[in-house]
Design a binder for this molecule. Sequence first.
Ligand SMILES: NC(=O)c1ccc[n+]([C@@H]2O[C@H](COP(=O)([O-])OP(=O)(O)OC[C@H]3O[C@@H](n4cnc5c(N)ncnc54)[C@H](OP(=O)(O)O)[C@@H]3O)[C@@H](O)[C@H]2O)c1
Length: 313
Amino acid sequence: MKAAILKETGGVDQLEVKDIPTPEIGDDEILVKTQVASINPIEIKTRKGNRFSEQLLQHDYPILGWDASGVVEKVGENSTAFKPGDKVFGIIGFPGFGKTYAEYFVAEEKHLTRIPDGVSFADAGASTIAAITAYQALKYFGKLGPNTKVLIHAASGGVGHYGVQFAKHFGAEVWATASGPKKSFVKEMGADHFIDYKTEKFEDEAQNMDVVFDLIGGDYIDRSIKSLKKGGVLISIPSATNEAVEEKAKKAGCVGVRFSLKNKKEDMQAIAQLLKTGELKPFIANSFTLDEIREAHKELEKGHTKGKILVSF
Ligand SMILES: NC(=O)c1ccc[n+]([C@@H]2O[C@H](COP(=O)([O-])OP(=O)(O)OC[C@H]3O[C@@H](n4cnc5c(N)ncnc54)[C@H](OP(=O)(O)O)[C@@H]3O)[C@@H](O)[C@H]2O)c1
C-alpha cells in the first residue's frame, strides 16, 4: 500500500510517499481501507518535533495521521461490532498513533463509529479531532446552554467552525473572531456577532462572556480573561501544557481550563447524529491526494485555513 512516511522531524520534505506492506491485524483489530484522512495542526507539530515525534520515529513505518473515514476491509476474530463493507470514521489510536496517511489503517473497535446513511466520507472524515475538541470543550467545560454568551477565537478554522455550530446547537449567543474576509463564512456557520481581529480589539467588543473558547493561546490568554464575566470560563485549546491558564484565570475570579480531547465513542456518535440531521455542516476548504501530502501540510501551516483540509484516497 501507499503511505506517507515521516523520515525525520523537520520540514515538509521529510514526508515521503512510499510503497510499504499492508498492515496485518490482531484478533481485536480492524483493517480499514482509507477514503479520507483529515489534516490537523497537531500533525504539523509532530512533523516538526514534539512529544509524539520521538516515539513515532521508532516505528518501522512512522506514519502521521489520526483522523479518517473509510470502509472496513477485514475484522479480527474478536471483533463483532463491524463487518467488511461497513462505512466508518473516527480518531484512530489517539493518544497513541493512528497512521491514517496511508491507503489502509488498523483500528480498535472503540475508535470506529458508523457513518450514518447520507453522510459523505469527506464530511465524516473531517468531523473528527477538530469536531470532538469543540464539542467536548463547549459541552463539558463551557456548559453552554440558552442564555449563555460565548466568544470563539479563530472561528473560521478547523476547530472554530465546528465550535460556532455546536455553540448555536447548545443555544448560546456567539461572538466570533477571524479576519474580515471570513465574516460571511463565520456568520453562515451561525455566529451572532463578528469581530475582525485585524481591525478591532475583541476585548472591547465582547464583554461579560460566560465562556471564551481560545484557539490561539499566547497573549490571547490575558486578553480573553478581560472578556469574561466574574466566574466565567476560559478554555484554552493550544495551551494544554501551560499552567498559567488556570493561575491567571483564578486571579481574575474566573476559571481556566487547559483542554485535551478524550477519544470517547459516545461523543463521536453524537457528532455522527448531528451530521445525519444536517445540523452540523463541515466546510472542506481543500482536498489533496496522498501524493500531494507536502502541499496539504504547507497549506494548513499558513494558519489561514477556512474549515478543514483533507487528503482523499
Ligand atoms: N489540545 C487539543 O486537544 C487540540 C485539539 C485540536 C486543536 N488543537 C489546537 O487548536 C489550535 C487551532 O486548531 P485549528 O485546527 O482550528 O487551526 P486552523 O484550522 O489552522 O485555524 C486557522 C484559522 O485561525 C484563524 N486565525 C488565525 N489567527 C487568528 C487570530 N489572531 N484571531 C482569530 N482568528 C485567527 C484564521 O483566520 P484568518 O485566516 O482570518 O486569519 C484561520 O481561519 C491549534 O493550535 C491546534 O493545535 C488542540
